[in-house]
Ligand binder design. Sequence first.
Ligand code: SF4
Length: 271
Amino acid sequence: MKIDFREAKSIITKSNIPSIDFVINPYTGCQHGCIYCYAEFMIRFTGHKGDKWGQFLDIKTFDFNKIKPKKYDGKKILLSSVTDPYLPLEKKYQNTRKILEKLVGTSAEISILTKSKLVVRDIDLFKKFERIRVGISINTLNDEFARVIERAASKPTERLDAVKKVSEAGIETYVFISPFFPEITDFKAIIEEAVDYTDKFSFENLNFRPHNVPRIMKTVKEHYPNLILKYKEIQKDRAYWDILEDEIIKYCEMNKLNYEIHFHHGGFSKS
Ligand code: SF4
């Protein structure tokens, strides 16, 4: 892993994501190295041409005292969108923690999203916010498969344990079932595991993008060879997602769950 320090012009930036006003990415790059990652385009914009996603990390340097919590009152902030706020190196560099410490006092709605058990370290800080929700993303309960697709993230069991601890501390939680791997992601099993300590479930489809298709297909071929033809079909015929969306809605309604579905990327959801 190539580690560097780079001065950031700003650390809380305006967002292009619908319904999110600001995003915070404390690092450039991501140690988790997920095979499907959609943030890989960052290589082009951050002077990392020639580097491989998942093999470099810039620790952003910034005068955190410049963060004015009141500036964000009433806004929605996501932490993070193109990295994970609780990467293994967050333990050492603590950029996420330093930023949150400076944001205490804001009435912004802060949404934390991670694949790391390290998130429990900051429970003391989360308690200081008026409006904060902490989520984990997860798409399998199979620790071995997770290790293949999300190399350096915490095991699914550890993520679930983390969200449980956060919930037990009285903090709002959510579970983001993402990205949904057709015929591999057992969403009902994940919900059953997490339902007692999760306030909301969100769902996102697997996005086939030119940069990730070879990796996804190779992984499916190696680990679920019987599914490779199905994946090729789904890549071409997106009707699969509409059927799945109906199934999710039916299940969530039947079980009176609080949920939202984000099957919109690529513009192919019926909704
Ligand atoms: S944790 Fe998120 S940003 Fe990091 S590699 Fe995985 S999908 Fe990409």
